[in-house]
Design a protein around this ligand. Structure first.
Ligand SMILES: Nc1ncnc2c1ncn2[C@@H]1O[C@H](COP(=O)(O)OP(=O)(O)OP(=O)(O)O)[C@@H](O)[C@H]1O
Ligand SMILES: [Mg+2]
Length: 461
């Protein structure tokens, strides 16, 4: 089916916004919720140790989410600091995979001098709602056999050269075709880093270029590489092809807010762009929603409600909570996961309204609440072992015991934080393994929260 109505969708998948980094981040050992097939939490799996009730509760929500039918629900994670609330939310995002949008934010992000609080929330909401658009498009597809830009004297300055056109040869199982294309297509080809031997397709009406992968005729070049090999396309070079694109509502907002110009701009509703907008307004969002609704009705697009995670939710104020309440009612609402480590506290933006977790009761009422509990020594020890593996350290058993003791006395986070400095200390002393003496010395260098509070109290006295 092709896109309905006068408005057509020109969509290029957005560039991956967050490239995975190889740095060791605080949660890099968490790979998922670590649940068995029957939904029970395994004692230690996928980087997660203990905290079984919360993991199983999230597992149930994951099952709901995967049906894709529920949106506008909310879940609140509460528990003392360092008990894995943020880790749980990230595990959830990993379980969902890359096809379901997941947007993580911290409550305090809404306070910026330039953007309205509700605007920040609105854009996060829309980042968490996905749309899978299926459309049939006229494309030229094949393995690149030739790629020759041809240069001409620059007619404007007489200095330097410009590309006048590019010749692209495409090959399929059935035949080959040579295309003479516009310089703007050449730019798109360069952006996708296409070289000879790649399989690409070029959209006929927009000139957008998409690299599918490397032709498997070139497959045995290396033993190990990150390349994706695809078979030589069947059929003619020039054909109609069903394209599936995953975008978020935020992507559509951005594409239509920017004045049209480049190659990689996605635009719904060509008629909207004429004004050359540069700002996402409520009006623009409403218009996009309207078209999205129509597409869903006509079966061209499918809504994929994702997850919006708001960490440290007690940092939001009354205005934001009111917005949240309303946004959760909207039919285009994601699943919302909130987290807080506060108990009874004043709601921000009010003088004296005290509420559990600093969240107004009407919002609390909508949330399913899951609590996380503090860890015992054995669990802390096991998390430490996992981190030792992830950070590639070696620690003597007695030093590990000592770290676990420290963790039990103050917190899991404190114990985790001591790990890396301890290994550096050991290395400077010319040892390959972290020993008891390194951990002992760190205790003198760094205070945990309780001791530091104690020191300050002493100074006041
Ligand atoms: N059950 C667990 N298994 C493995 N690692 C854990 C577990 N719980 C917490 N961690 C790790 O401990 C550290 C602290 O946890 P996290 O940041 O999730 O705590 P939090 O509950 O969000 O705390 P806060 O309330 O202060 O934000 C992180 O590095 C996290 O990955
Ligand atoms: Mg946290």
């Amino acid at each position: 089916m092709s896109a309905p109505g006068p408005s057509t969708i020109i969509t290029q998948p957005p560039p991956p916004s967050t490239l995975r980094e190889s740095r060791i981040a605080t949660h890099s050992h968490i790979k998922g919720l670590g649940l068995a097939d029957d939904g029970t939490a395994m004692e230690s799996s996928q980087g997660f140790v203990g905290q079984r009730v919360a993991r199983e509760a999230l597992g149930l929500h994951l099952a709901l989410l995967k049906t894709g039918k529920y949106s506008g629900r909310s879940l609140l994670l509460v528990g003392p600091p360092g008990t894995g609330k943020t880790a749980l939310a990230l595990a959830l995002s990993q379980e969902l995979g890359t096809k379901v949008p997941f947007c993580a934010m911290v409550g305090s992000e809404v306070y910026s001098g330039e953007v309205k609080k509700t605007e920040v929330l609105a854009s996060c909401f829309r980042r968490a709602i996905g749309l899978r658009i299926k459309e049939t498009k006229e494309v030229y597809e094949g393995e690149v056999t030739e790629l020759t830009p041809s240069e001409a004297e620059n007619p404007l300055s007489g200095y330097g050269k410009t590309i006048s056109h590019v010749i692209v040869g495409l090959k399929t199982v059935k035949g080959t075709k040579q295309l003479r294309l516009d310089p703007s297509v050449y730019e798109a080809i360069q952006k996708e880093r296409v070289v000879i031997g790649d399989v690409i397709y070029i959209e006929a009406n927009t000139g957008a270029v998409k690299r599918v992968g490397r032709s498997d005729a070139y497959a045995s070049e290396y033993d190990l590489e990150a390349e994706e090999y695809v078979p030589l396309p069947k059929g003619d070079v020039h054909k109609r092809k069903e394209l599936v694109q995953d975008v978020t509502l935020h992507d559509l907002d951005m594409a239509n807010a920017r004045p049209q110009g480049g190659q990689d701009i996605m635009s719904v509703m060509g008629q909207l762009i004429k004004g050359g907008r540069t700002e996402i307004t409520d009006k623009l969002r409403r218009e996009i929603n309207k078209v999205v609704d129509r597409y869903i009705e006509q079966g061209v697009a499918e809504l994929i409600p994702g997850v919006l995670f708001i960490d440290e939710v007690h940092m939001l104020d009354m205005e934001c909570f009111t917005y949240l309440n309303r946004a959760l009612e909207s039919p285009l609402s994601p699943y919302v996961v909130l987290a807080s480590n506060r108990g009874l506290t004043t709601i921000r933006g009010t003088e004296d309204i005290i509420s559990p977790h600093g969240i107004p009761v009407d919002l609390l009422d909508r949330c399913m609440i899951v609590k996380t509990v503090s860890y015992n020594r054995e669990e802390i020890r096991r998390v430490l072992e996992i981190r030792i593996r992830v950070e590639n350290l070696s620690v003597k058993p007695e030093a590990l015991d000592k770290l676990a003791d420290e963790g039990e006395k103050s917190s899991l986070r404190y114990a985790l934080q001591l790990l890396t400095p301890a290994s550096i200390l050991a290395k400077t002393m010319g040892r390959t393994e972290v020993g008891l003496e390194d951990v002992g010395e760190l205790g003198e260098l760094f205070l945990d929260t309780k001791r530091s509070a104690g020191v300050l109290r002493g100074m006041e006295g």
